[in-house]
Design a protein around this ligand. Structure first.
Ligand SMILES: Nc1ncnc2c1ncn2[C@@H]1O[C@H](COP(=O)(O)OP(=O)(O)OP(=O)(O)O)[C@@H](O)[C@H]1O
Ligand SMILES: [Mg+2]
Length: 298
């Protein structure tokens, strides 16, 4: 079960990828007592996907009850889209999956999140290893401004451990996986921020992929991108699902229809409906879902 109060550090940092941080800062009990759950998937890049199960998940910011008893399974090798009006708790729910929610002062979560058989909030589980297994891509591409393209991709790896890793090979592979290799192979030492917005977002996805997680969370990953860059990221998501469990928050219902296998509709912190995407958009069961997908509110 999730500890009742897990108050942590600087809220501003929550907008940064968690791997920006020193692992020691996010660890809240002695390392030797904690289970490094990430070691179970050193060959994770070739592994089939993994199940993420949320059971009676509640999330709070002080007295604000942002997520209200969500039960859901995100199955392996599928893209699950989360839709719903602004403020309904989409980002909060997703941030509970990799334990970023608890970084906000006063924020806490209750319930459970498991990755296959591992309780990600278990007392013995090391938070850094949770974040290695559950990668996150943010709304705004956030390459590290002082780092080269190569170093941006290597950054996550350097924080989560490079023992036995051929860095060059891993970085090149990640850049190929996100379709960026041809565009950047001759400028790997140039600054990451010199890339276009769409390229920067794929660079950030490469940074996530390089760590070889099991789950990739994306919170409105295309909202800052033009239609061409959006299409590239969507194609990439389609390829990535062969290896990963993918959860994507989107305000763009066409995007949800294009990329996802199932879609979740949330309202006021509750999960209203979860169904195959086609069904949710064309034959929703709940009248509130229907009103939202037909543009009658939100
Ligand atoms: N840091 C915070 N402190 C206090 N309340 C917060 C914080 N972040 C979010 N909330 C509140 O929690 C609720 C859910 O917010 P959340 O960001 O999860 O919504 P969302 O569905 O992702 O919205 P959007 O589509 O606008 O991104 C809202 O009522 C919001 O005001
Ligand atoms: Mg949000």
């Amino acid at each position: 079960m999730i500890p009742r109060d897990t108050q942590k550090t600087d809220p501003a940092q929550t907008q940064q990828p968690v791997r920006d941080k020193e692992p020691v800062e996010v660890s809240d009990s002695p390392a030797e007592e904690q289970q490094d759950v990430s070691t179970r998937s050193q060959d994770g890049v070739t592994a089939a996907g993994h199940n993420v199960v949320l059971t009676d998940l509640h999330a709070y910011y002080g007295s604000v009850h942002a997520v209200r008893g969500v039960n859901i399974t995100f199955p392996p090798n599928e893209v699950s889209a989360i839709i719903g009006p602004s403020g309904c708790g989409k980002s909060t729910m997703v941030r509970c999956i990799n334990r970023m929610h608890e970084e906000i002062p006063g924020a806490r979560a209750e319930g459970s999140v498991t990755l296959d058989d591992v309780d990600l909030y278990g007392d013995n589980v090391d938070v850094t290893s949770v974040r290695r297994l559950v990668g996150m891509v943010f709304q705004k591409p956030n390459p590290f401004p002082t780092m080269s393209i190569f170093e941006n991709v290597a950054a996550g790896l350097r924080l989560t451990g490079t023992k036995g890793v051929n860095m060059r090979e891993r970085v090149h592979r990640a850049l190929r996986a996100v379709g960026l290799w041809e565009e950047v192979k001759n400028r790997l030492n140039e600054p990451g921020i010199g890339l276009s917005g769409g390229q920067q977002q794929r660079l950030c996805i490469a940074r996530t992929v390089a760590v070889e997680p099991e789950v990739i969370l994306m919170d409105e990953p295309c909202s800052a991108l033009d239609p061409v860059a959006t299409l590239k990221v969507e194609e990439l998501i389609d390829e990535l699902k062969e290896r990963y469990t993918i959860v994507i928050v989107t305000h763009n219902m066409q995007q949800a229809a294009r990329v996802s296998d199932t879609t979740v509709f949330m309202l006021d912190g509750e999960l209203i409906e979860h169904a195959p995407t086609d069904q949710l958009f064309t034959r929703p069961k709940d009248e509130r879902t229907e009103r939202y997908v037909t543009g009658k509110f939100g």
